[in-house]
Design a binder for this molecule. Structure first.
Ligand code: X2X
Length: 339
């Protein structure tokens, strides 16, 4: 394939005098003042990637082309643990990460992922946009990262399997289930009696395809956008935990940006977050039908049976001890229940 650099392209088109200004605009001859890199683990069609791509465009427009926010979706730059290291080193400016995986760096960040904590989205947003979120953000700040005020949604998580339907907690016995890298995730599935395997999302599809793992757990939006239905058959509607994505910045690089640039970015990310939350909520409600049409076999479960298995395993006692009374009290208040 023949390639053309920008200068050649300009020379070629400069002859067409009338079209020149329009071409200038579209070929972006002037480099941006700030080239910023954002990455995530989500496929191109996932609402997080869709809304972040829109936000990048809005930021470019609002800053008159000064800010070029480049979006690298789909674990293009590596798995979550790699991308977190890149963010800390400054190779990435921004990264969205599950609080549970972030807990490998900021242990208390995992508090929002305690199993069966939030009975509804009303509880989730009141807690995460309120006192619990503020507590976690203060913990994250100590690590050299800057968390944006609002967390994106990942969704309520469901268990899928290629080998058997998960109807009761007993069906999880010795079940080879992939979990993301995070001590509490491993502990939770050990509590159910399963055999959890820690695997980054970037390796999830292949681990299911090769049957290294029999199953996994993710919101339906992810089962659909990452095409996990191609390598999974059963989906149990466990809603065993809510999960989000903190929008994280490398703090040193963030603070170097002029205040007016930071303001535009904060506003656009906040708008993208609210739209993404709506997308996830409505998609998760409608996807059962689409996934069934693609061959998935759904079943409901009694969540209380799963939660009491966790209780009996000592999961809540252990994690309450690890998080401490202050964090636990904020979680219980946000969830409006005693755990
Ligand atoms: O790794 C996962 O399963 C995912 C996509 O849900 C997270 O980022 C936590």
């Amino acid at each position: 394939m023949q390639t053309m650099n920008r200068r050649t392209a300009l020379k070629l088109t400069a002859g067409a005098a009338i079209a020149f200004p329009a071409i200038l605009k579209h070929t972006r001859v002037y480099a941006a003042d700030f080239t910023l890199r954002y990455a995530n683990n989500c496929p191109a069609t996932h609402p997080l990637t869709v809304r972040m791509t829109e936000a990048a465009e809005a930021i470019r427009k609002e800053t008159g082309g000064k800010v070029d926010l480049q979006v690298f979706p789909n674990s293009q730059l590596g798995g979550d643990t790699d991308m977190l290291a890149q963010l800390r080193a400054g190779a990435l400016n921004f990264f969205t990460l599950s609080p549970m995986i972030l807990s490998t760096l900021v242990p208390k960040a995992a508090i929002s992922g305690v199993g069966f904590a939030f009975p509804s989205y009303d509880n989730v947003w009141a807690a995460m946009d309120g006192p619990l979120g503020a507590y976690v953000r203060a913990q994250i700040e100590r690590s050299g990262l800057y968390p944006f005020p609002k967390i994106f949604d990942n969704g309520y998580r469901q268990i899928s399997s290629s080998t058997r339907a998960i109807q009761t907690p007993d069906d999880l016995k010795n079940f080879k289930i992939r979990v993301p890298p995070s001590p509490m995730w491993t502990s939770m599935f050990q509590g159910f009696g399963a055999a959890p395997l820690t695997i980054n999302f970037s390796e999830l599809y292949s681990s299911l395809q090769t049957k290294i793992a029999e199953g996994q757990e993710n919101p339906l939006v992810t089962v659909n956008s990452a095409k996990l239905y191609e390598v999974q058959k059963y989906v149990a509607k466990t809603n065993h935990m809510w999960d989000g994505f903190w929008f994280l910045a490398n703090r040193a690089a963030w603070q170097k940006l002029p205040p007016e640039v930071r303001k535009v970015i904060e506003e656009q990310i906040a708008a993208a977050t609210l739209k993404e939350r709506d997308d996830i909520r409505s998609l998760n409600a409608s996807l059962e039908k689409d996934l069934t049409a693609k061959g998935a076999v759904f079943n409901s479960v009694d969540p209380a049976a799963f939660q009491s298995r966790l209780q009996a395993s000592g999961f809540y006692k252990e994690w309450k001890g690890k998080f401490g009374d202050e964090a636990w009290a904020l979680l219980e208040k946000g969830a409006s229940r005693t755990l």
